[in-house]
Write a protein that binds this ligand. Structure first.
Ligand code: NAP
Length: 208
């Protein structure tokens, strides 16, 4: 599969790229800082650009079979319009290029998943994550309205632990306390989902 990865320089994005390469996919990354791809750089195609620019995204998207977004704001608690801007750019680029399949990394607690969160999780989501979550909610409305073959992925708190492959994933998962999942397992699932049509049109809640 020819696969475009947004956020490929981030920790989850790098897991996605490594998985894709291990499985024989041809990977293109849209990156602001190609140098941050280190050893992966020699094994993929890199287009330099910004994920909130429809022009940049469309340039990278031409000829791709599918796209995965692992975009994020790192440790910032301000979205700065990243998710809403990138969703607008990606949907416009998909319209221009004819790309249909998109797997998009969100966060558990965004949108309707907030109602399914535990008391501990809600306390985080409604306070310091509020700004990020509001922009993610806007991005998801944009993506859903675009009629793409979409899977939105909702992981619980991310860790840098190893991939276990034993995580729970479903449209709805009961929550208690503040569960976690590793970025490596999120990368594992996102790569699996982009290849498996069973996830089209579904949300995937992901946790250990
Ligand atoms: N932390 C948690 O516990 C948690 C829980 C659930 C979900 N999540 C979500 O998981 C996602 C991934 O998080 P992460 O910690 O693995 O990654 P991250 O550190 O947030 O990585 C962000 C990636 O997005 C890229 N990026 C940001 N703005 C961009 C732009 N305008 N154009 C192009 N690329 C841009 C960064 O590129 P640069 O290298 O250029 O900066 C980097 O590759 C985030 O959406 C986060 O909200 C996090």
């Amino acid at each position: 599969m020819k696969l475009l990865v947004l956020g490929a320089t981030g920790p989850t994005g790098q897991h996605v790229v490594q998985r894709a390469l291990d499985h024989g996919d041809q990977v293109t990354a849209l990156a602001r800082r190609p140098e941050a791809l280190h050893d992966l750089a020699s094994q993929i195609t890199i287009t330099q650009g910004d994920a909130t620019s429809a022009k940049d995204v469309a340039q990278a998207m031409v000829g791709q079979d599918a796209a995965i977004s692992a975009l994020g704001r790192s440790t910032s608690v301000r979205a700065d319009g990243l998710f809403s801007g990138a969703a607008a750019a990606v949907t416009e680029a998909a319209r221009q290029t004819g790309l249909r399949r998109l797997v998009w990394l969100s966060s558990f607690g965004v949108g309707d998943t907030l109602a399914e969160s535990s008391t501990t999780q809600k306390a985080m989501y409604k306070t310091f994550l509020r700004n990020i979550y509001a922009d993610k909610a806007v991005s998801e409305e944009t993506l859903r309205a675009a009629g793409l073959d979409l899977t939105i992925v909702y992981p619980t708190t991310l860790t840098n632990g190893p991939a276990k492959g034993t995580y729970t994933v479903d449209d709805h998962v009961p929550m208690k306390g503040a569960p976690t999942i590793s970025r490596a397992d999120v990368g594992h699932f996102m790569h699996l989902a982009v290849h498996d049509p069973v996830w089209i049109g579904r949300q995937a809640v992901l946790t250990d």
